[in-house]
Design a protein around this ligand. Structure first.
Ligand code: MN
Length: 230
């Protein structure tokens, strides 16, 4: 059997120091995983288990790219996040062995059409069009855990045009990476190539055409992405 038309291109991410790439399967995102960001979004961080939303795999944008300002928004926000790359799938993964399922880590930005997300919250509708739009997931090259280990603390920050906007520490995550994998794998069977964006520290804000975002996670890497001039 052959396809009736060629399949869409398979999204991939480069691996640092390698000619090989990571094939991207799905992109899961954790909401409100840093207490101060949960508070700035009007929630009480102490009362919520983790919750998840998704972006399409082809929302991935490599570091260094320029992307157009997306349509249907006047409030495009950055959210700097540690990205977990699943290398070995599974379901009901215990937190104790969850890190065995991680291939590596990257630096990502959860670009958000905040006005659409806020409208969706207000009307109890899905977040998809606020979160899962084209080119909404800029992501750095992947660092294998075999090289860098499993970062549980260290600086995570984002600058816009050289000015620091977000500055936190991975140790501030409400749900750790092993806990997040354990929890998420109770809802869905994780597969190789699944990414998990693990939430953002406080300081989210808007970018406009011409802005240059630079993100960093200690021990993982850096990410640069520019919004094209109008
Ligand atoms: Mn986010």
């Amino acid at each position: 059997m052959t396809h009736v038309f060629p399949p869409a291109a398979e999204p991939t991410l480069p691996v640092v120091g390698s000619e090989e790439t990571v094939p991207i399967h799905r992109i899961y995102c954790v909401g409100r995983n840093y207490a101060a960001h949960a508070r700035e979004m009007g929630s009480d961080p102490d009362r919520e288990p983790p919750f998840f939303f998704m972006k399409p795999a082809d929302a991935i944008v490599p570091s260094g790219a320029s992307i157009p300002y997306p349509p249907r928004t006047a409030n495009l926000h950055y959210e700097i996040e540690l990205v977990v790359v699943i290398g070995k799938g599974g379901r009901d993964i215990p937190a104790e062995s969850a890190l065995d399922h991680v291939y590596g880590y990257a630096v990502g930005i959860d670009l958000t059409r905040r006005d659409l997300q806020n409208e969706a919250k207000k009307t109890a509708r899905p977040w998809d069009m606020g979160k899962g739009f084209d080119q909404s997931a800029p992501c750095s090259a992947v660092q294998p855990a075999s090289k860098i280990g499993h970062p549980a603390d260290g600086a995570i920050w984002l600058k816009v045009n050289g000015e620091t906007k977000q500055s936190g520490d991975l140790a501030q995550q409400i749900w750790t990476v092993p806990e997040t994998i354990a929890y998420l794998s109770g809802f869905v069977t994780l597969a190789p190539g699944d990414l998990i964006l693990t939430g953002t520290p406080e300081g989210v804000g808007a970018v406009v055409p011409g802005d240059r975002m630079e993100g960093h996670v200690d021990g993982v890497g850096d990410l640069v992405v520019t919004i094209e001039k109008a």
